[in-house]
Design a protein around this ligand. Sequence first.
Ligand code: SF4
Length: 509
Amino acid sequence: MFGVWAPGEEVAKLTYFGIYALQHRGQEAAGIAVSDGSGVVVYKDVGLVSQVFDEPTLASLRGHLAVGHARYSTTGGNNWENAQPTIKATTSGTTIALAHNGNLVNTAELAREVAERGLDGGSDGSTTDTSLVTTLLASYPDLSVEQAALQVLPRVRGAFSFVFMDENTLYAARDAAGVRPLVLGRLERGWVVASETAALDICGASVVREVEPGELIAIDEDGLRSVRFATPDPKGCLFEYVYLARPDTTINGRNIYSARVQIGRELAKEAPVEADLVIPVPESGTPAAIGYAEASGITYGQGLLKNAYVGRTFIQPSQTIRQLGIRLKLNPLRENVRGKRIVVVDDSIVRGNTQRAIVRMLRESGALEVHVRISSPPVRWPCFYGIDFATRAELIANGLDTEGIRRAIGADSLGYISLAGLISATEQPKTRLCRACFDGEYPIALPADDMIGKHVLEGVGRRVSVGMPSVPAQVAEGGAPGPSPDHELENDEADLVASPGGGDKPHHS
Ligand code: SF4
């Protein structure tokens, strides 16, 4: 997510580059809302940021404030209607556009409220938690958007970093646990909010501070205002440090690259092995592999080359290409691998398909031994706060111990970093981190099973929207819905190749 308030700047272009820098956080759909003070316009479509926007489109999006979003879905399917920013008009004529990073846990409850109050919750075809929040924000025609937010935000439970706007004001809000990151930056002529500091860097903004957990910020011609809507109880996502955030981002004062190198050093201490070469699974395993090599004294090198653009195409692979599986994404450097005992460092194991394929590929390339080292503990629990891991039953570490997983992926040895080792590398106190996917301790209470999940509104939401009156919103549609990014391959190794988020890796909204 990215938001900017900057009169005199080309805000749509700034937002474009902001969400371009955040493309790793979501690759299904992209959108930008702008306002020139007289009306809010949204342009959005499924696809990558660079596919959705071109020069003429950006030039047509004029104004002094903007909100942008790059989506990977965690509630609601991937379709045009669910792309963000979501947009709703109040009956008093104000229009609200909202972008969301995270995932709510009381979506069904919010859907019920929308239904009971007779609000238009789904006539636009949306089935997301985000759209419900926008509907609720727009449901107080007698209040300012800021006042409406103070009514709605305390009732929203789960992980949310929101960036939203009306005709004149940019808003940013973060849940009381601050699960997902959100930072505030300063431009010479305005303000920026973004999911990661890397997005501030790309548009020349300086980092001011994080948006605090439980804080609502409003920015307009009167300056910046800050209000608390909830008592902060920080539980930042530990997985941001392992995989999700860019290495050049800083969260809570800790640079992500440095944290990952330190994780690798810890991993080398905790899971040593005699070997000839340490290689990363690029790109996400690279800093930890550097740390592992440094601490172990084993030479670092490349053994797998990444085809950097393969996740960025919507062309369906042919059957022949499909059968190549992992080769679409990674190719071995046989000359480096042949005849060597290899340590291959990856950031996480979710289902195990990727690692099985990598081990096989390295053996086929002549590796004498393949030792897999993982820079996070086993992922045993699903995430309900904005990372679309597999279901619990699909998580390989749910059913198998480390030896069982080693056998399943065919490695000579397998070692994970401990939870304590990982936490110490983040330099954050354990009590201020969400670790639920590793230890099952969910910091935000979860509802019953049938009231949560990616498609909760594709049951509940469709029912509540029937017959509700429609409130028109000014939406400049991004053309016909684009090609479906749901280009999952079907072979066993396909998830690494096909998924926009990096295959056997979690996804997030
Ligand atoms: S469950 Fe895991 S991925 Fe989800 S917010 Fe917590 S630490 Fe992050």
